[in-house]
Design a protein around this ligand. Structure first.
Ligand code: C2E
Ligand code: CA
Length: 762
């Protein structure tokens, strides 16, 4: 129906009813009253049944609706009797029962909600409240309704319906009171207040009705009927508000309020005052009420205290629970943070290690695990050039790319330090899957990554270790993959290396050497050997190469090929290098003193040492100290990219040259050898690598290179010495090619200084 039309209709029937009540017009009153009550019951049905989801609320709604509906039916029946049947409805028993049903259902509805709330109430409090309200009610009824007359009580007893109605009214009234007292709501919602007001109004109207019924004559459609209608209307408004707003009947914070008691209980004080005003002669009842109230207040003080404590305890419990919840949440957050890598967003190292151990413990017999250790190169340089943010973004992007491939191959990936990642693969052929995955990763990551529009290229090295082939231990699995990765790195960029025992031994050895080197005492464990160098023409001595020997604490020999690279890596090569120069110079000075001759001595110098800014100065000082002619001292440098490209080294070499000290290029013809070298570096001698000498007789390529080197050297005035000559044939060959000098086992192995004196310069 149209909204406006409906409002108009409502206003019209309301006004008609008001008119009927004011003018006491029975025809209009009997006609309009059922319509109005019907509409009201509809509103209550809408607000308290249709709009509600809570089962208890719906139940209450049905009871309330039916209660009002029963009034409607009675009213309708009343109208039919007066307007159509023209009989007196006041004598009709059905009418009386009909109105009684309203009371009964209302009682049930109130009882129902009261019962629900009883669970939330303090039981002792509720009992005390019931007691005091009952006493007050009893006194009021006795004084005002029965006027202290037993006959009136008997009269009431003779009319069972009226009596029942009255009893129910009393109970409803008491219930509502108790309910208001005991729940002690601070700010009840509006619909709640309206409902309680409507209920109380109805009950009070009913009391008055019975009073009128007993003492005077009830007139239909008088103001008392209007009062009933208003009480229903108030309930309907409550239903409307409830339906529209749909709020819980008791807001939680309202129940918590515990300081509200006096505001509620002050109401009860009115009852003795009413008695005092209206029944002044009945002072004993006033005293009775005051005493009852005093006892009530004393007792309630205790219950309120216990309620207070109960509430405090409840609040504390809630707080503790809240705190526990927060701690749990925080713990979860912390664990999540610990398990996640900050930069890449992948699992953290900690999480991965735990997961790996757990997986190893429960892996099935036919399954294997492969562990990929992926090292991202160059990221430090990127950090330096582009800044940390770009570097972090790059790591993130690379992590994403790798993670995608890992997931595609059913692997679990985690971050392992700044620029490293690990992947765990579980499969019957985990080693094969690992290889495939590694290849895919290298292929994917060789494309440029765009960070803030910069195209950045990265390179990777991947080491792979397998369970149970390589190890059965989680830590070793990671360690082996890391070792394999380092091996891959040693070979160049974008390499993959599977772990094997050889690599393991090699790395183990390297670590062992590193540990030993870190506590080595130079003078106790190191020793210099000298290998004679001879003229190719006649085999007479022309110089010596200094070669270091290391006999450790237990007098085990460790080859320089094994420990020199480690010494370079850990920086020990610098002090060791100076120690070698010092001792070689000292030796040369001793030989000179002993024989009166100047010999040439060569010392191997690492490129790392040539980068030292004060190298030339220190070399100069040493030679001066031992009074050594610079042209009898030679430094051997091994060809390398570093030497060719480092400006510092080039400068150093030029200064050495200026000093008059000789420079020899070691291992010439291998590695980075380029003839350009000879153009830029002030070289005095080239040492043709043993590798070429080995093949001089039967490999044309080798002999051609040697020939070419000799020819160019001749043009440039550079001397040529052949290294590692082991046979007479090699010597002959070199002689025919025009080589200047020779060094090798054919003439002499490296030997201690004493032997040199004995066999070579004595
Ligand atoms: P290198 O400078 O090429 O040294 C020559 C190596 O070949 C020496 O090995 C020497 O003993 C060996 N050798 C010489 N003639 C023959 C031969 O006819 N047949 C064979 N099979 N070998 C021959 P060593 O002493 O074991 O040194 C190995 C490497 O260790 C050296 O290669 C050098 O790079 C490094 N090294 C040795 N002593 C020193 C040193 O005092 N300082 C530095 N920085 N490096 C050193
Ligand atoms: Ca050498």
């Amino acid at each position: 129906m149209n909204r406006r039309l409906w409002t108009f209709f409502l206003v019209l029937i309301s006004l008609s009813y008001i008119f009927a009540i004011i003018t006491n017009n029975n025809t209009i009153g009997d006609m309009v009253s059922p319509i109005l009550v019907f509409v009201i019951s509809g509103y209550i049905f809408y607000g308290y049944v249709i709009q509600q989801k809570n089962k208890n609320m719906v139940c209450f709604g049905w009871l309330l609706t039916l209660s009002i509906f029963s009034w409607f039916v009675s009213d309708l029946w009343w109208g039919i009797q007066t307007l159509i049947l023209h009989s007196n409805p006041q004598d009709d028993l059905i009418t009386a029962y009909g109105y009684f049903v309203t009371n009964l259902l209302l009682f049930l509805a109130v009882f129902f909600t009261g019962y629900q709330d009883l669970k939330k109430m303090n039981k002792i409090q509720a009992m005390l409240d019931t007691l005091i309200v009952s006493i007050c009610m009893a006194v009021l009824l006795w004084l005002f309704v029965f006027e202290q007359s037993n006959t009136k009580v008997l009269l009431l007893l003779s009319d069972p319906i009226s009596m029942a109605s009255l009893v129910i009214d009393i109970i409803i009234y008491a219930w509502i009171n108790v309910w208001i007292f005991s729940t002690r709501l601070k700010k009840p919602p509006l619909h709640h207040l309206l409902l309680v007001a409507g209920g109380l109004m109805y009950v009070i109207t009913d009391f008055i009705y019975f009073y009128i019924y007993f003492y005077s004559n009830y007139e239909p459609n008088s103001w008392i009927d209007g009062a009933y209608m208003i009480s229903f209307a108030v309930m309907a408004i409550s239903a409307y508000v409830k339906g529209k707003l749909n709020i819980d009947s008791i807001p939680k914070e309202a129940v918590k309020n515990i300081f509200y008691k006096f505001e509620v209980e002050i109401f009860i004080l009115f009852i003795p005052i009413v008695v005092l005003i209206f029944k002044r002669s009945q002072l004993q009842y006033f005293i009775l009420l005051v005493v009852a109230l005093l006892i009530y207040y004393v007792l309630i003080n205790f219950t309120q205290k216990s309620i207070f404590q109960e509430k405090l305890l409840e609040l504390e419990k809630e707080n503790v629970l809240g705190l526990e919840r927060k701690v749990e949440e925080r713990t979860e957050e912390i664990i999540k943070i610990l398990n996640t890598d900050f930069v890449s967003g992948l699992y953290s190292r900690r999480f991965f290690e735990t997961l790996l151990s757990e997986t190893l413990n429960k892996i099935e017999i036919d399954q294997k695990i492969a562990l990929l250790y992926i090292d991202l190169n160059k990221s430090k340089a990127i950090k330096y050039i582009y800044g940390k943010e770009t570097s972090d973004n790059l790591v993130k992007k690379v992590a994403e790319a790798i993670s995608f491939i890992a997931t595609e191959n059913f692997g679990i990936i985690a971050s392992y330090g700044d620029d490293a990642f690990v992947i765990m693969l579980i499969d019957q052929d985990a080693d094969l899957v690992a290889r495939k995955t590694a290849e895919q990763i290298i292929e994917q990551c060789s494309e440029s990554f765009y960070i803030n529009n910069y195209p950045i290229r990265v390179s990777l090295n991947i080491g792979i270790s397998c369970f149970p082939t390589d190890t059965t231990n989680a830590n070793d699995l990671i360690k082996n993959a890391d070792i394999a990765m380092m091996q891959a790195k040693a070979k160049g960029y974008n390499r993959i290396q599977l772990y094997n025992d050889k690599i393991g031994k090699f790395t183990y050895n390297r670590h062992r050497i590193e540990l030993k080197l870190k506590k080595v005492i130079f003078d106790n464990e190191f020793l210099l050997y000298y290998q004679p160098q001879v003229y190719c023409m006649n085999g007479t001595v022309c110089g010596f190469e200094t070669l270091i020997r290391w006999f450790d604490e237990e007098k085990n020999f460790i080859s320089p090929s094994d420990f020199i690279p480690v010494a370079e890596e850990i920086g020990l090569i610098i002090p060791l290098g100076y120690w070698i120069i010092e001792n070689a110079a000292k030796q040369l000075a001793t030989w000179k003193k002993e024989t009166g001759n100047d010999y040439r001595i060569a010392v191997n110098v690492s490129s790392k040492q040539l980068m030292e800014t004060d190298f030339v100065q220190r070399l100069h000082n040493t030679l001066k100290r031992y009074d050594i002619l610079p042209e009898t001292f030679e430094i051997e440098i091994t060809e390398s990219q570093e030497i060719e490209h480092s400006i510092e080294i080039l400068e150093t070499l030029k200064e050495i040259n200026k000093l008059g000290v000789l420079i020899a290029i070691d291992d010439f013809g291998t590695g980075y050898s380029s003839l350009n070298y000879l153009k830029n570096i002030p070289v005095d001698r080239i040492k043709i690598a043993k590798e070429l000498i080995d093949k001089i007789e039967d490999d044309v390529y080798s002999s051609s290179i040697i020939q070419m080197a000799i020819n160019i050297a001749k043009v440039k005035g550079i001397k040529v010495i052949a290294e590692g000559v082991e046979t007479k044939e090699q010597w002959e060959c070199l002689k025919s090619l025009g080589c200047d000098e020779i060094q090798g086992y054919y003439f002499a192995k490296p030997m201690p200084a004493k032997e040199i004196v004995k066999h070579w310069i004595g």
